[in-house]
Design a protein around this ligand. Structure first.
Ligand SMILES: C[S@@+](CC[C@H](N)C(=O)[O-])C[C@H]1O[C@@H](n2cnc3c(N)ncnc32)[C@H](O)[C@@H]1O
Length: 211
């Protein structure tokens, strides 16, 4: 549910990491550490919607050759001061095809809490382009808010989430939308989903897939 609140934090980039750390009880950092632990030295890594660059930094520390892409200049400003010299691009993930023209270039593509901010059409476009620019057998790690399959969990979640979403909309005129049927969307883009991991009592789902 803290993911609704993240839209408010995105307009205060300097408070984003502390705010998300507290509101996700450290779960977001655990998911990022898990993702970064799968980056090998020399891997070419792309972080879609890198925000303040915490995951970029973890991947760099594991020897990755990392590129971050984000459309929020304030978030990127924090990222630049956190990881001087990192390759960070101020751009829209929907223009992924403009930014990355070479097919089969990256070994790993990662993304945390970004796909829930995209529309269905945008997700489909970004996923199919991610497939194009990944090397054969390349790895995709996406951690995001996913609609639970269990009906009771879905209902409980909506009851808690709706007032928070409304409040966030009032404050930021934007919101996030948990992704339904994300597995199918990822498979449709040409990936094979290999694993799911759950963080923060199932509120954050990490999908691991291969091209
Ligand atoms: C909730 S933050 C997550 C940031 C980071 N991935 C993390 O987990 O800490 C969402 C990020 O996605 C970026 N974002 C959302 N939509 C985007 C788009 N269409 N193109 C590029 N970046 C986008 C926002 O600017 C923001 O930095």
């Amino acid at each position: 549910m803290s993911f609704v609140y993240m839209k408010i934090l995105e307009s205060s980039p300097h408070r984003y990491d502390v705010g998300m750390g507290v509101s996700t009880l450290g779960g977001l950092s655990r998911a990022k550490r898990y993702i970064a632990s799968h980056v090998n030295s020399g891997d070419k890594v792309l972080d879609l919607g890198c925000g303040t660059g915490t995951l970029v930094r973890m991947c760099v520390e594991n020897g990755g050759d990392v590129t971050g892409l984000d459309s929020n200049a304030g978030m990127l400003g924090v990222a630049r001061s956190n990881i001087p010299g990192a390759r960070l691009i101020n751009g829209n993930v929907n223009d992924i095809d403009e930014h990355f023209k070479e097919d089969s270039y990256f070994d790993v593509i990662v993304s945390t809490l970004v796909f829930s901010e995209l529309s269905d059409v945008e997700r489909s476009h970004v996923l199919s382009q991610a497939n194009r620019i990944l090397k054969p057998n390349g790895r995709l790690y996406i951690a995001d808010e996913v609609v639970p399959k269990n009906v009771l969990m879905r209902l409980t979640r909506s009851l808690i989430r709706s007032p928070l979403a409304f409040l966030t909309w009032v404050m930021t005129q934007t919101t996030t939308k948990a992704v339904a049927n994300f597995d199918q969307e990822i498979s449709k883009a040409g990936f094979v989903v290999q694993n799911h991991k759950h963080f923060i009592y199932g509120m954050l789902t990490l999908l691991e897939a291969r091209k």
